[in-house]
Design a protein. Structure first.
Ligand code: ADP
Ligand code: ADP
Length: 228
């Protein structure tokens, strides 16, 4: 079974004033364990595509199947639940809660899952250790570097045990060393836990690490290349 399958996706923004077709007939499917880069010029539709694949935004036309579930058919509440339990998101701007420590940022997501407090703490620490931040778990985001904040965001995305993670330009604000660090962590999680990663990027070095590269231009897939 494909973990994500989208068919005939079209996204039109500003339908009433000036319609703009940000996505124009996209068909894509992803299997468990893939490590995929989505590339293309700024404004080509990468963010829109990732948001639609993760159920954060709805397409104007087309179908989105995630783990065999047609999310367009779910009510808002069911969709939110489904998203929380199945999908990990990592954004360009980290989106951490500034008043919470790294550990609390991860725990927050675990608490929404209704698991026991002991488990919450243990799992949060385990995740932060996995991204190399076990010793900085009690720092707030402002006391962490950009690379470290993004690694907290990855730990948080993994908290709900999703089988896949969608990341929108996760290295856009990182220097080359932090970029390398983050990629190593993503590759390790992919290799060892078979977590699927789908990330957009502008960075040729990041793109090189992907095993599949999808190029989007003007809202269309113009190339979809599988390496190896
Ligand atoms: P990318 O991530 O590749 O830069 P986006 O998906 O962000 O591309 O944007 C694709 C196109 O859709 C752009 O032309 C952008 O201006 C437009 N767009 C994105 N979001 C909105 C929105 N909420 N309302 C109107 N237009 C939008
Ligand atoms: P990374 O490569 O992981 O992004 P940096 O090289 O930017 O890390 O930072 C080096 C070290 O300096 C890190 O271990 C980090 O904890 C510390 N550091 C960076 N920014 C801050 C900050 N604003 N406050 C406190 N410590 C910081």
């Amino acid at each position: 079974m494909n973990i994500i399958e989208i068919k005939g996706i079209t996204k039109v923004y500003d339908i009433k004033t000036m319609p703009f077709k940000a996505l124009n007939g996209i068909d894509l499917s992803f299997e468990q364990g893939e490590f995929v880069a989505i590339v293309g010029p700024s404004g080509s539709g990468k963010t829109t595509l990732l948001n639609i694949m993760g159920g954060l935004d709805m397409p104007t036309e087309g179908e989105v199947m995630i783990e065999g579930v047609n999310i367009s058919r779910l009510s808002e509440r069911k969709k939110t639940n489904f998203r929380m339990n199945n999908i990990g998101f990592v954004f360009q701007a980290y989106n951490l809660i500034p008043v919470l420590t790294a550990k609390e940022n991860v725990e927050f997501i675990l608490q929404l899952q209704g698991v026991t407090p002991d488990y919450v703490e243990e799992r949060a620490l385990k995740l932060l250790t996995a991204v190399g931040l076990g010793d900085k778990a009690d720092r707030r985001p402002a006391k962490l570097s950009g690379g470290e904040q993004q690694r907290v965001a990855v730990a948080r995305a993994l908290a709900s045990r999703p089988r896949f993670i969608l990341a929108d330009e996760p290295t856009a604000n990182l220097d080359s060393k932090s970029t390398e660090n983050l990629l190593e962590i993503m590759e390790k999680m992919n290799r060892e836990e078979n977590i699927t990663f789908i990330f957009s990027t502008h960075d040729a070095r990041v793109m090189k690490k992907a095993r599949r590269v999808i190029t989007i231009e003007d809202g269309k897939v113009i190339e979809d290349v599988q390496k190896e």
